[in-house]
Design a protein. Structure first.
Ligand SMILES: Cc1cc2nc3c(=O)[nH]c(=O)nc-3n(C[C@H](O)[C@H](O)[C@H](O)COP(=O)(O)O)c2cc1C
Ligand SMILES: O=C(O)C(=O)c1ccccc1
Length: 388
């Protein structure tokens, strides 16, 4: 396999022939471009966060407060960024985060994301709230492509079990259980636009195709029972009464690795370990749930210290550059999930846009790591960072 940074050479060489990249390589500029080009409601849904959006801002500020201290003359000619996480091999410590309702950004939605990720060997975590069902996405990603399933744990236990059985049958090897979104946070951008895709029947494909769900709404979803089906979805989507004791149920019905997404407190991380979970994802959902919550990167060191030697610690919320990945790995993450940037790539250029975003992040990760004097993810430890 070539190096992750080959993308950089390709861009310069194509420049000699007069071609510039179709999309910005600075993913913050990519977001601004998406803001100008995409439909306002869809962009607002993706870009928006909870309340005053202070936590979304804090997520970024926490990266800015930490700086890498490069080391010189350390022979960085041989590098290896591949890692194995929860039984899945990947070319870089990077996964595609679960994002629901992607067809609001591009008609190919999750299918385009699956193809782009599979082409690069990057694992995709498919959302429960996808606009295409898990079997269709598995087919688009192709045999042998790494894929995990993200569960929004519904009230109806039979529906949860059905999701797990379908995910297993469709080749999803690890389960991500998102705990921080049993109900949507207070999101002024969506409220002011009176916009929720699900109420329009977008992002409910896994539910509408499910036999247990269909039984509850009197058969396959047609125009006749569609409104009922949407109401049933709303009533069943999340379960605020869940407690740590309920995790035993998941362990019973899923025999692969399980990671809990939305962990911010070291004690919750310890409880995850006690409940036999294989991983925790330090995440605040990109600031979309609790406004005023701690920045996810600030929560990472405490969680890593508490459970880093007992379970797999992953991270998301605020990753925009390869240098951000270096910082998150240095603070104890084994791998990171990229989210909003690939959604903007999808909206701007479909599969090619997602591919562009993943290649930018992987190239910059390799270049930043080697220029800092390191050659592999395991070299990235807290001592390569300083507070700004
Ligand atoms: C539009 C949108 C939809 C999302 N949908 C889901 C989802 O279905 N399941 C889930 O676990 N997380 C979901 N997330 C959260 C992401 O997986 C991730 O935690 C978050 O976006 C990270 O923040 P960042 O994008 O600012 O880096 C969603 C995020 C966005 C922006
Ligand atoms: O919008 C979100 O952040 C999200 O996670 C979600 C929740 C429900 C359905 C789809 C996505």
């Amino acid at each position: 396999m070539g190096s992750l940074a080959d993308f950089q050479n390709e861009i310069y060489l194509e420049g000699l022939g007069g071609a510039r990249p179709a999309l910005p390589t600075d993913l913050t500029a990519l977001e601004e471009l998406a803001g100008r080009r995409l439909p306002a409601e869809a962009f607002g849904y993706v870009a928006g966060s909870a309340g005053s959006e202070a936590t979304a801002v804090a997520n970024r500020a926490a990266f800015d407060r930490r700086r890498i201290v490069p080391r010189m003359l350390r022979d960085v000619s041989q590098r290896d960024f591949s890692v194995e996480v929860l039984g899945t091999k990947m070319p870089a410590p990077l996964l595609v985060a679960p994002i629901g309702v992607l067809s609001i950004l591009h008609p190919d939605g999750e299918l385009a994301v699956a193809r782009a990720a599979a082409g690069l060997g990057v694992p995709m975590v498919l959302s429960s709230a996808a606009s295409f069902c898990m079997e269709e996405v598995a087919e688009a990603s192709g045999a042998g492509s790494p894929r995990w399933y993200q569960l929004y744990w519904p009230k109806d236990r039979d529906l949860a079990v059905s999701f797990l059985e379908r995910a297993k049958a469709a080749g999803y090897t690890a389960l991500v259980v998102t705990l921080d979104t049993f109900t949507l946070g207070w999101r002024p951008r969506d409220l002011d636009a009176a916009y929720l895709p699900f109420l329009r029947g977008i992002g409910v494909a896994n539910y509408f195709t499910d036999p247990v769900f269909q039984k509850a709404v009197g058969g396959p979803v047609t125009d006749a029972n569609r409104d009922l089906a949407i109401l049933h979805w709303v009533a069943n989507f999340g379960n605020p009464s869940l407690t740590w004791d309920d995790l035993a149920f998941l362990r019973e019905h899923w025999d692969g690795p399980i990671a809990l997404k939305g962990i911010q407190h070291p004690d919750d991380a310890r409880r995850a370990v006690d409940a036999g979970m294989d991983g925790v994802i330090v995440s605040n959902h990109g600031g979309r749930q609790v406004d005023g919550a701690v920045a996810s990167l600030d929560a990472l060191p405490g969680v890593a210290e508490a459970v880093g030697d007992q379970t797999t610690v992953l991270f998301d919320s605020g990753i925009r550059t390869g240098a951000d990945i270096v910082k998150a790995l240095a603070l104890g993450a084994r791998a990171v999930l990229v989210a909003r940037p690939y959604a903007y790539g999808l909206g701007l250029a479909g599969e090619a846009g997602v591919r562009h975003v993943l290649r930018c992040l992987m190239a910059e990760l390799e270049l930043t790591t080697m220029l800092a004097g390191c050659t592999r993810p395991g070299d990235l430890t807290p001592d390569i960072l300083t507070e700004a």
